[in-house]
Design a protein around this ligand. Structure first.
Ligand SMILES: Cc1cc2nc3c(=O)[nH]c(=O)nc-3n(C[C@H](O)[C@H](O)[C@H](O)COP(=O)(O)O)c2cc1C
Ligand SMILES: CC(C)CC(=O)C(=O)O
Length: 368
């Protein structure tokens, strides 16, 4: 079967992956309300098509922190791509580069920052960090990212601890032998391999390593250690967006972490407009969560996002087709975005403004 939708990439991946890995990828926290809400939220808006517009040359190319992208999209930071494919993040890097997408590498990547950079030289890539208790390890990562030409740092701020992920608890999920967080000291992550306490290995490890005491005041410490743009991921209120700007942050990613952290947190499209309105226009606001169609990406842009990130579907492509599979996923999203722009009579990104959207009436059930 040649997959024609992201969901079909998911079906192929599910057939390939061990059930516990599928659950780690797919699962959310708690009752998984936020995970499901992410998928439903994009359906609560309709596109307002304009007609008799010249759509013969639609253009979705853009630039982000100086890098050219084929579309305003990227790969969300996700841990351990080798769970999906032996080439791991190196394959994803090739795929993203060929598709003209931004790649955000997770601090829990299973290949080194340098290997990933070498797999796609010159490509747009950022490094995502969690605030580790070990600040020397954090500083070392920042240095390496600068040397390997990563263009921005993303600090994920929605995870003072890992959310209560019931699937991983039931599966006592732990990293398989031979797989590790390649950029961190083996000692720092060894607990991710066991679940002696009956928790998931991932939860156990984050409990030991994440510093839950950091506050806005600590951001200055990180700011002083790098010239790279700093982006906060996991901001969901206008209040925090304003604080971020006051504390010298350069951009935001509006995200509920794919529903994997606070269950009950809003899906990004519900809060994106208030956040876009709260920050100066030269601070890019990105978004992620539940994007499964080019139309979802068009809606994100119309709500004011500068770009949107795709998470799980990239792992699906990687799992069933390696770099080619991940690239097929990204190409599909871009092609569907271009289709949407043509059929909606909005051939440039500037045309995808708030007039391009209307809410689906609250009284009408959102179609499945
Ligand atoms: C398997 C998996 C691992 C993830 N690892 C990280 C991570 O290391 N750092 C992070 O900031 N977010 C992580 N995320 C969250 C994603 O960056 C992103 O917010 C979310 O997956 C987007 O939703 P989507 O998967 O519905 O597209 C992870 C998500 C998944 C599914
Ligand atoms: C290793 C985990 C803490 C990575 C993560 O953020 C996630 O699984 O959502």
């Amino acid at each position: 079967m040649v997959p024609l939708t992201l969901a079909e990439h998911g079906e192929l991946a599910k057939g390939r992956l061990p059930a516990v890995i599928w659950d780690f990828f797919e699962g959310g926290a708690g009752a998984e309300w936020s995970r499901r809400a992410n998928l439903a939220a994009w359906r609560r808006h309709v596109l307002r098509p304009r007609v008799l517009v010249d759509v013969s040359a639609p253009d979705c190319g853009t630039e982000l922190f100086g890098d050219r992208l084929a579309a305003p999209f990227g790969v969300a930071p996700m841990a351990y791509h080798q769970l999906a494919h032996p080439d791991g993040e190196c394959a994803t890097a090739r795929a993203a580069s060929e598709a003209g997408a931004l790649l955000i590498v997770s601090i829990f990547a299973s290949r080194t920052l340098e290997q990933i950079a070498a797999a796609a030289p010159g490509a747009a890539r950022w490094l995502q960090l969690y605030w580790l208790r070990d600040r020397e390890a954090l500083t070392a990562l920042v240095r390496r990212a600068e040397q390997a030409d990563y263009r921005a740092l993303v600090l994920t701020v929605d995870a003072p601890k890992v959310g209560r992920r019931l699937r991983d608890l039931r599966n006592a999920f732990a990293l398989p032998a031979g797989l590790a967080a390649a950029n961190l000291d083996a000692e720092l992550t060894s607990s991710a391999r066991q679940s002696a306490t009956g928790r998931s290995g991932i939860e156990e490890h984050s409990r030991q390593q994440f510093d839950p005491s950091i506050t806005w005041a600590d951001l200055a410490w990180l700011r002083q250690r790098t010239r790279l743009p700093l982006v906060l991921k996991g901001v969901l209120t206008a209040e925090d967006a304003r604080l971020a700007v006051e504390h010298g942050v350069d951009g935001l990613i509006v995200s509920n972490h794919g529903g994997r952290q606070l269950d009950g947190a809003p899906p990004a499209p519900a809060v994106l407009p208030e956040i876009v309105d709260a920050v100066p226009a030269d601070h890019p606001v990105l978004v992620d969560g539940g994007l499964r169609h080019g139309t979802d990406l068009a809606k994100a842009l119309a709500l004011g996002a500068r770009a949107a990130l795709v998470g799980r579907p990239v792992l699906w492509g990687l799992a069933h087709g390696g770099a080619d599979g991940a690239r097929a996923v990204l190409d599909l999203v871009r092609e569907e975005l271009l289709d949407t722009m043509v059929l909606a009579g909005r051939p440039t990104l500037a045309d995808l403004d708030r007039d391009a959207l209307a809410p689906w009436p609250a009284t009408a059930a959102a179609p499945r």
